[in-house]
Design a protein around this ligand. Structure first.
Ligand code: AMP
Ligand code: GLY
Length: 429
């Protein structure tokens, strides 16, 4: 089977690395990919938002299965595009259609969905420019801190947690009147602040059956001890100490099952990953958000723990036979540390030559923002450059392996957090 993966991050390198090991995979392509995916697959210089070019490549390379990494093409309807095109409608895609992708593409949709199907989440109300005044009154009467969310995709920047009322009012006006996030902010969800510990649970569904994949904790802030600006993710850990069997059972009963039931009730055939961002509040799960894809860098700790054949898992998802699949998960602990470009998540330079990656030992090295320069050297090409995953029998050893590798990789301006997973070691004590 020929397989195409769409995307260019660490998530896609982890997928490609694992799928390339499968006897089921004949030729593997990644569009557009990075310097790491070039080592295990053929990179195609195509944007994942260019559906026509993707369609041409799929036909030219006789692709039978497409795995969509990022959310944008899903929210833009790549699955629907394939379905209505008679040359493409037989091709299997891992990812939901446009209707299903609203779980991530519209916070207003996902909140209404959770309310309708009794899925525990923060209480909220949605406002538009027309209801601005009522919204301001709502803010004034609300307890603090308060959470404001742009309805649509805002590249991870659309959530504001305001500690004080004036801050909330300013952000609210900026979104609705000044169009700070463009159309994504034409509706604003105002939400109760939830205090607890965050983690993510990943579900893979074929539309009828599901498998729960290993859970993970992400480290979103740029600075150590969770300080500074939000990023795409500076590291991740799986499994998560505080997600014990009892908590995970509650997640399955109170969140996963009602979510899949709700999708069915809404007439949405959902094939693909559901990433459930959760707050654990005194042992009870509350949904913060849905994403319609795997997380990055969470994938870089989830994939090394999946012992089963990933191409086979994807194929049975596409075929609707996930119930027959026995998924094997390693009990080991995975910790990934992301090395980033100096200045990220603000402005940063690209094109810095990367050295030392051939010297790292005993880790899985996943490329993210990397490419080749004219001299065929590997250079930085994004904010998040590489994810270095240690897998070990203990959290301490996994942290140690990951951190040691992050020291070895070199390029000008390299930065990484030294505390990924360290809070969980303390949690264990
Ligand atoms: P999202 O883009 O929905 O993932 O939100 C980004 C981050 O904001 C989440 O990962 C949480 O850390 C935080 N967040 C979102 N909603 C809430 C909430 N209701 N209460 C507390 N924190 C939240
Ligand atoms: N690491 C968070 C995300 O992938 O959205």
């Amino acid at each position: 089977m020929n397989i195409l993966i769409l995307g260019s991050g660490g998530r896609e390198h982890a997928f490609a690395w694992k799928i390339s090991q499968s006897p089921l995979c004949d030729s593997l392509f990644v569009a557009p990919g990075n310097a790491g995916t070039a080592g295990v697959a053929t990179n195609l210089p195509i944007s994942y938002n260019d559906f026509n070019a993707i369609a041409e490549a799929v036909i030219a390379h006789k692709i039978e299965l497409v795995i969509v990494g990022p959310e944008e093409p899903l929210v833009n309807g790549i699955v629907d595009y394939f379905e209505v095109n008679e040359n493409l409608s037989h091709i299997k895609i891992i990812g939901p259609n446009k209707a299903g992708a609203q779980l991530e593409g519209s916070k207003d949709f996902s909140k209404a969905f959770m309310q309708k199907y009794g899925i525990p989440t923060a209480s909220s109300k949605t406002f538009t420019a027309e209801t601005l005044e009522i919204g301001l009154e709502y803010l004034e009467a609300h307890s603090l801190p308060i959470v404001l969310k742009a309805d649509g995709l805002a590249a991870g920047k659309g959530v504001i947690i305001a500690e004080k009322l004036p801050e909330a009012e300013t952000a609210f006006r900026e979104m609705l009147l000044d169009k700070k996030f463009g159309d994504a902010g034409s509706k604003v969800v105002v939400e109760q602040f939830l205090k607890g510990i965050e983690l993510s649970v990943f579900v893979l569904t074929d539309g009828e059956h599901y498998k729960i994949l290993p859970e993970a904790k992400d480290y979103k802030r740029i600075g150590e001890n969770d300080t500074g600006l939000n990023t795409g993710g500076m590291g991740a850990v799986s499994p998560v100490t505080f997600a014990d069997a009892n908590f995970l059972r509650k997640v399955e009963e109170k969140v996963v099952k009602p979510t899949l039931h709700g999708l069915k009730e809404e007439g949405i055939k959902y094939v693909g990953f559901i990433f459930i961002g959760l707050m654990n509040i005194k042992g009870e799960p509350y949904v913060i958000e849905y994403n319609v894809r795997m997380g990055d860098p969470e994938t870089e700790v989830v994939i090394p723990r999946i012992q089963s054949d990933l191409a086979m898992l994807m194929a049975s998802t596409a075929k609707g036979t996930l119930n027959d699949f026995e998924i094997q998960i390693s009990p080991q602990v995975a910790v990934t540390t992301v090395v980033v470009s100096g200045g990220y998540p603000g402005d940063y330079e690209k094109g810095k030559v990367i050295s030392g990656s051939e010297k790292v030992e005993d880790v899985y090295l996943y490329h993210a923002g990397t490419t080749f320069n004219d001299n065929s050297e590997i250079v930085t090409n994004g904010g998040r450059v590489m994810a270095l995953t240690g897998l070990a029998n203990s959290l301490e050893n996994a942290v140690h392996k990951s951190q040691r590798a992050a020291q070895v990789v070199q390029y000008e301006g390299k930065y990484f957090r030294h505390d990924i997973g360290v809070d969980l070691i303390r949690y264990n004590d």
